[in-house]
Design a protein around this ligand. Sequence first.
Ligand SMILES: O=C(O)CCC(=O)C(=O)O
Ligand SMILES: [Fe+2]
Length: 221
Amino acid sequence: MARQLALFASAASPTILVGDRGDVTYIPEFLDREIADALVRELSADTRWRADSRLMYGKRVMVPRETAGRGEKMPQPWTPTLERVRAAVERYTGTRYDYCFLNRYRDGRDAVAWHGDRDGSRDARLIVASLSLGATRTFQLRPKKDSGLRHDPVSVEVTHGDLVIMRGDTQLYWEHRVPRDPRSTGERLNVTFRQHRARDGEMPSASELLAYADDAIASLR
Ligand SMILES: O=C(O)CCC(=O)C(=O)O
Ligand SMILES: [Fe+2]
């Protein structure tokens, strides 16, 4: 029971990052350090990381980070701590999650370029709960060009155990990224808890699985 409570180290102090045509909340230290450490150990032990490459203007270039999927209908199952953390995120957000995507940023040269999750999908409103582990990096949000919104980019330093929750219209009107950071030398893991299409429980399409990597190539230009 003590460990259960410790999951919510400082979940009482969330910050609203986006409140206009979108809903993004930042919860620093959502995970107690001990749990976050255990999660890194488990994920590092057996996750089969993929190095994706994309064809860009006739050239094959590597996506600047490694990816994996765990959970239902994914290449690998949940780990015990990942299940516990999922349950905590479910309680906190009042939503169920079926699977997660994982990103591994080996150092500050790895990144994810501006994108909206589930771009072009009719389920753009499904919640995405994004957990940071390891090295501190900058997570940024800005309105999409066609959103009609005028707003400076929002930046937050996300670190070990922090949670970012994107809800509502966020993916329709806003995009997000983790830019390259030459000063950052450590490894960062990111876990995004997600739902399959709520309507029919069908697996995300191959293009959807890759969609979140789509613009990553832009960061290589
Ligand atoms: O690493 C992060 O914090 C963001 C990852 C992301 O945007 C994604 O996987 O869609
Ligand atoms: Fe994303």
